[in-house]
Write a protein of this length. Sequence first.
Length: 388
Amino acid sequence: MKRETQQMARMRVGRATLLQGQPFFGMLALQLDLVEDASCKTAWTDGTSLGFNPAFVATLDTDEIEALFAHEVMHCACGHPWRRDGRDTKQWNVAADYAINGILRDARFKLPSGALIDARFNGKSSEWIYDRLPQGDGESGSDGSGDPQSGSGEGNDPSGQGEVRDAPEPNGDEQSTDGEQPSEASWKQITKQAERMAAGQGTLSARLKRDIDAATASQVDWRSALIKYAQETVKADYSWTRPNSRYLAVGLYLPSLHSVACGHFVVGVDTSGSVDAVLLQQFAGAINAIADTLQPSRIDVIYCDSQVNHVDTFARGETVTMEPHGGGGTCFEPVFEHVAETGETPAVLIYLTDMYGSFPETAPDYPVIWASYSSVDVAPFGDVIPCQ
């Protein structure tokens, strides 16, 4: 029988200590097979195993080993090994670290000096963060909580906390101990079970539970959701049996239009200062995809904070482009008043906003879709599509 190495023994002790002190993270840590891997710089996980360099673990104390486990299992709980979807590997590691390190810090884990933490990214998904990182070498500045250059070097571990790797293909190899290879869905189930166990023991604070729930929530491409919802809302004759071939290549199964164009669309853009250039560009792309399918007679884009600041009109077939105008407080009434003044009823009004502002007292007689880029998901009328 092969004798266990000293660092493997220390990892097992660290996991046992974690299970006692922070049972939520400890239960998740039990789901990963421990693998010594001298070829990696620090550590890694692919949703099935936790690989570690023995020389690196030798430099860690017990608290730091517990933090290493917590870091890697949070990657799994958030589905990071399954969600890279062709993105740059190093950049994805940075985004994934930003998505979880704030939670680990608040849970009082001993993070390394190079831990990537930025208050701007609290509560945001790794996809959202990835889109806002400087493109290039996968390294980014922080808010002063850590230096992302520290510990960087070869591989995809710029912070020295370990890297998240793509999950292995379900081909029957590298099976977990129960004979079933872990998946993103199984990790979500395990995470919920760990939450209930820790909550029952009184070891999971309400704040930590809230942060974990937000971080591990199912990630749906909000653009796809907005496109499909708008198509279902607008009364046009389209068919899901004949997909729009233009969007199949990017993974969007959108219907082909049967009838002539529908009426005009109105698009409201909240320019009070909380919408950034990336979100505005993504929103414009979603509007163009909706228009490509439903062929509205025109699209009126209304930029508004406490008043209407600018209106752009795009004829059928024109590409919608967006640039911010204004930057004061938020009031939704002016957009609806502007629509009323035109004397025309739109097929739909789609409003991009953080949902903080004054609403009209009465609902209009046309469909309204609120594309909310905040945690607010209710409105006095219309339907809310989260776009975080």
